[in-house]
Design a protein around this ligand. Structure first.
Ligand SMILES: [Zn+2]
Length: 391
């Protein structure tokens, strides 16, 4: 399928299916994940009761499942962070820069390739010359023949060694992008977020796109408690470091529980209610227990545990008669109107008094003008009198 057709196809299908559902083969960093502890290439395994959780795994012997474990990193959260970073990085102008840098890398790579070719030719030439010398020797001159034979074997071994070195170098060389791929990549850049998320884009396609841009990703979850440290080595040769908050089972495992406590305390002191605090914490990248987003219940629970009192506009003290803005508290209104606080609540509920709360649970602030007080008092007196008359 041509890129244009596939793009149209993807765009039309986009949204019809949910993308990002974990499934086998979707581990984005398969083959390019490097262990940050020991530098080995990490392999992919599946864990969980249904073997459906991909894990990047570093074992001392990469083929032996039974061998000692260096570290393992859960793939899905790492993948989604890499995905976000890459999609951000792939703005069209960034692609142009990346391609230019890649062209330079390719140039260097071609130069090295040529040097390797010369070395391999030279080794072959020398082996061939040794063979001819050996062939040319008279059969009766055994001593000379034997030493020429040994020389020939040495040259053959040298050819073999240099071929192996070359193969190793070749496999470690960064991916070289062909011209066709390059044009495709440029076109992709414009529409990458759509194509990336499209239902018709396979996991293999995503991996392929990723490899255009990222050479390898170094993972280390031992470096910092509660976090996965990550270094992306871009194809351009540039590197960038990132951190991922690991999902925590309880707040005891939380990497910066002190920072979290301080933040909640400060926000609470600033008059924020639990729900607002939760929103702010989520925005600031805090993660609640078990990797969830914060809700007001989480904040409430933490405040209770840490003894941070519910915020009130007057702090922890009793409500004053009047608030600084001139509005009355329930107690103040009760005194001013000569009624019980309970009646004030009743009037508020019936809309006979105008009051407001910053939010549910906050003290009432009741607006009472001098006229209203006179009017209400008269009404109260009237009601009391009529009750007396009636009784
Ligand atoms: Zn390792």
């Amino acid at each position: 399928m041509t890129n244009q057709r596939r793009l149209a196809d993807n765009v039309s299908r986009y949204g019809m299916e949910h993308a990002g559902v974990p499934r086998k083969g979707s581990a984005l960093l398969q083959g390019i994940a490097i262990c940050g502890c020991c530098g080995r290439r990490m392999t992919l395994h599946y864990s969980g009761s249904h073997s459906d959780y991909p894990v990047y795994c570093c074992r001392i012997d990469r083929d032996q499942r039974a061998s000692a474990l260096c570290q393992e990193v859960r793939a899905l959260p790492v993948d989604s962070l890499v995905e976000r970073i890459v999609l951000d990085a792939l703005a069209p102008d960034q692609i142009a820069i990346a391609l230019a840098a890649m062209a330079q890398l390719e140039g260097e790579s071609r130069q090295l390739e040529r040097q390797w070719m010369l070395r391999r030719e030279r080794a072959r030439y020398e082996a061939e010359r040794a063979r001819r010398q050996y062939d040319a020797v008279e059969p009766e001159n055994r001593l000379v023949a034997r030493s020429l034979e040994r020389a020939w074997e040495d040259k053959l071994r040298a050819v073999e060694a240099i071929d192996q070195d070359y193969a190793r170098w070749r496999s470690e060389e960064p991916l070289v992008i062909g011209t066709a791929d390059r044009a495709e990549l440029q076109a992709l850049g414009e529409n990458l977020p759509w194509i990336w998320h499209a239902a018709s884009t396979s996991a293999a396609d995503r991996k392929r796109i990723l490899r255009f841009i990222v050479r390898e990703v170094v993972l280390d979850q031992k470096r910092m408690r509660g976090q996965v440290w990550m270094k992306i080595v871009w194809q351009t040769g540039a590197t960038s470091e990132h951190r991922l908050q690991r999902h925590v089972r309880s707040y005891r495992d939380y990497v910066d529980v002190d920072r979290l406590r301080r933040r909640i305390k400060d926000l609470n002191a600033a008059g924020k209610m639990d729900k607002e605090i939760a929103t702010i914490l989520n925005r600031e990248g805090f993660v609640a227990a078990r990797g969830c987003a914060f809700k007001n219940e989480n904040v409430w629970l933490l405040r209770t545990r840490w003894g941070i009192p519910t915020v009130k506009i007057n702090g922890a003290g009793a409500n004053p008669m009047r608030w600084p803005d001139g509005s009355f508290s329930v107690q103040g209104a009760a005194v001013a109107l000569g009624i019980t606080p309970q009646t004030v609540f009743d009037y508020l509920a019936r809309g006979l008094l105008a009051g407001r709360q910053l939010t549910k649970g906050q003290p009432w602030q009741i607006d009472l003008s001098g006229d209203q007080i006179k009017l209400r008092r008269a009404h109260v007196r009237h009601t009391k009198r009529s009750r007396k008359v009636a009784s």
